[in-house]
Design a protein around this ligand. Structure first.
Ligand code: WTA
Length: 635
């Protein structure tokens, strides 16, 4: 790939070119893909009306780029390695040739079941290769996929199906997840009671457990027998929607972010190749679920677009024990490993014997995504997993951005612990003050992006006004991602967290993430969350929720943490309350729901709303009880 910067010189040149001549830069990059018709114009946009179009008039099908074009020179190369939940079930290698054939067959099956271009198809499946195959099959025929994470509840699923008016659902009888089985079909049946738009439910047999059967249900394997594997790729306009993916907002209904064919293809391949520095024979593994954007862009599309070998893993990091990730890295000789800080922190608290048992010498690059990575987790990842020889790419991006916007390029640009570092060539990231003025040099502010990049979401499905208002209205002329950031004197960005996670204590702005970082350094702390609550003198004060790794004396721990924070940041950052809990409310992707903690500590339990989509809604009951009996007051 011409746009593969494998040294600093190439990177600097690209940076310059992207600034001086963005159309030539992006157009040149797009030319490295297969198009059925070249575009007439590279870019047209208006941030005021929130309209962005890339590669206008271009015609393509992303699956020809993910599959067909690799058949010429690497048909036998492994595209997907599937590692099942059960260690006794063998892993599966699917070559590019086989993947092509499977995708075409499933595409024909979808057509035979009534799917046509532009229809929405909902995928509610376990982390098995068939999920990736179904995603690609939709893209093959121009149907718009909407993957809903297999851990969501029936009401969350039906809300998403109804919002997009999906015509077909693809699910499975169930999915394996650690020692448990997720009864996907049962949940889907419940959801479908309220989803009149669904005309067909295609069921993949995974667990072989007994399920109910309804008249819209058909078996995946039976339907496949009826079709062959010849399926021409549908010709798509560059700006035709490729998929919808829902992301939760800080308020209101989930937002169905819409990504389109051309731009998304160009940017995911470009960012994957450059950030991870993928080389031809490497094995790459991203531990995310395909139900999240990370899975879409960096398990399926990005890696397949560049002809990589990508691992799909069905289980959880703690099953059958906490060595599972490292065992898989060892088994498949993984070269690039991409995970989330929450996983790193969990694994870091376990005995090192789980790491030391395995040969991790094949690892070349480590990645982190989803939230700011605290320094302690970064150091542990670097030392015990990377053996100080693997660059760590801390990749900042969002469902809305489609691909990584800020990150170091492994081994090419400099890393800096807890910093996502520099924007990718072509990305104009800036810092704004509260009034929307750009600030220069070393500074702190809100992050904003000044010009569009190819994989920016084009709209919120069915609600362009909402899209415009959330991302383009607060700071006119910019895309506003909702994150705060610091910039050092070399231009490195450190994402400090959502701007709504800032607490003003006695007139001082305090990011809760840095305080958590310090608290997490305490040897007895597994994880913590710091939130603000109303305080009659300070305006707001801080409450820290802590998960401890042993039984602790809460008063003593509170004092120790208070001293630690005071010492590191200053007395102003000292928390006023401390609560030791067994769990923190988290989203399915592992993010702590600080919003819920804020409501709980503020006594506004009735405003919490629907918690059924949380990973662990029971934590709320525990926290409520504990807040009444024994939060330690330090104030
Ligand atoms: C946060 C996940 C700090 C950020 C790809 C963003 C991060 C939100 C990082 C998007 C990072 C993601 N450092 N914060 N490296 N990566 N975030 O849509 O607040 O699930 O706005 O996309 O996660 O989450 P989403």
């Amino acid at each position: 790939m011409k746009y593969f910067f494998n040294d600093l010189n190439a990177y600097e040149k690209a940076k310059l070119k992207s600034k001086n001549n963005p159309n030539e830069f992006w157009g040149g990059l797009a030319k490295t893909f297969v198009w059925q018709k070249t575009w007439d114009k590279v870019l047209e946009y208006n941030f005021k009306s929130a309209d962005v179009k890339w590669f206008l008039g271009g015609k393509l099908n992303i699956t020809e780029n993910c599959l067909d074009r690799h058949l010429k020179y690497q048909p036998k190369k492994t595209a997907i390695i599937f590692e099942p939940n059960d260690v006794n079930e063998s892993s599966i290698h699917i070559s590019y040739e086989d993947l092509h054939s499977k995708v075409c067959k499933v595409a024909n099956m979808l057509k035979a079941n009534g799917a046509t271009k532009g229809d929405r198809i909902c995928l509610y499946m376990p982390m098995i290769p068939e999920l990736a195959i179904a995603v690609l099959a939709c893209a093959r025929i121009g149907a718009i996929h909407s993957v809903v994470f297999g851990g969501f509840s029936a009401s969350a699923l039906s809300a998403r199906i109804n919002d997009a008016q999906c015509k077909i659902l693809i699910t499975a009888d169930g999915g394996f997840r650690g020692s448990k089985i997720t009864p996907l079909k049962l949940i889907a049946d419940k959801a479908l009671e309220n989803c009149p738009s669904i005309k067909r439910n295609i069921v993949y047999k995974r667990t072989n457990k007994k399920i109910n059967w309804n008249n819209i249900d058909v078996w995946w394997h039976e339907e496949l027998e009826k079709v062959d594997d010849n399926c021409d790729a549908e010709i798509m306009d560059s700006e035709d929607p490729l998929f919808i993916l829902y992301t939760s907002g800080s308020t209101g209904e989930p937002k169905g972010m819409v990504h389109t064919c051309g731009g998304y293809m160009v940017y995911t391949a470009y960012s994957f190749q450059n950030v991870f520095q993928y080389q031809k024979k490497d094995v790459y593994w991203c531990t995310a679920d395909i139900g999240w954007i990370t899975g879409h862009s960096y398990i399926v599309y990005g890696p397949l677009l560049v002809g990589a070998t990508t691992v799909i893993y069905e289980g959880v990091p703690s099953y059958p024990d906490y060595g599972r990730f490292w065992k898989i890295c060892n088994k498949h000789k993984v070269n690039q490993f991409y995970t989330a800080p929450t996983a790193i922190r969990t694994l870091q608290k376990q005995s090192l014997k789980y790491v030391e048992k395995y040969d991790l010498s094949y690892l070349k690059v480590l990645g982190s995504v989803g939230e700011p990575i605290n320094e302690e987790a970064w150091r542990w990842y670097d030392k015990y997993i990377g053996n100080h020889k693997c660059p760590i790419v801390d990749t900042w991006w969002q469902t809305e951005t489609g691909g990584i916007l800020i990150s170091s390029l492994a081994g090419i640009t400099k890393q800096k612990p807890t910093y996502a570092t520099l924007p990718m060539p072509g990305i104009e990231a800036v810092l704004l003050d509260d009034y929307g003025n750009e600030i220069n040099g070393e500074a702190k502010g809100v992050l904003a992006i000044k010009a569009p990049w190819p994989s920016i979401a084009r709209t919120i499905w069915g609600n362009h006004e909402r899209y415009k208002s959330i991302y383009f209205s607060k700071y006119p002329g910019y895309y506003f991602p909702g994150d705060g950031a610091l910039r050092d004197d070399r231009g490195n960005f450190r994402i400090t967290g959502r701007v709504d996670d800032v607490v003003i204590v006695s007139g001082h702005n305090l990011g809760t993430a840095p305080i958590e970082n310090i608290i997490n350094k305490h040897p007895k702390v597994v994880e913590s969350a710091v939130v603000g609550f109303p305080h009659n003198i300070k305006g707001s004060a801080l409450c820290v929720f802590v998960i401890a790794n042993t039984l602790v004396d809460e008063n003593r721990l509170a004092n120790e943490l208070s001293a630690l924070v005071s010492k590191t940041i200053g007395p102003i950052a000292k928390p006023d309350r401390l609560l030791v809990v067994n769990g923190l409310p988290k989203t399915r992707s592992g993010k702590i729901m600080r919003r819920i903690l804020r409501k709980l500590i503020d006594g506004k339990d009735q405003e919490i709303g629907d918690v059924s989509t949380l990973l662990n809604p029971n934590t709320i009951i525990e926290i409520k009880d504990k807040l009444q009996i024994r939060a330690v007051n330090l104030g």
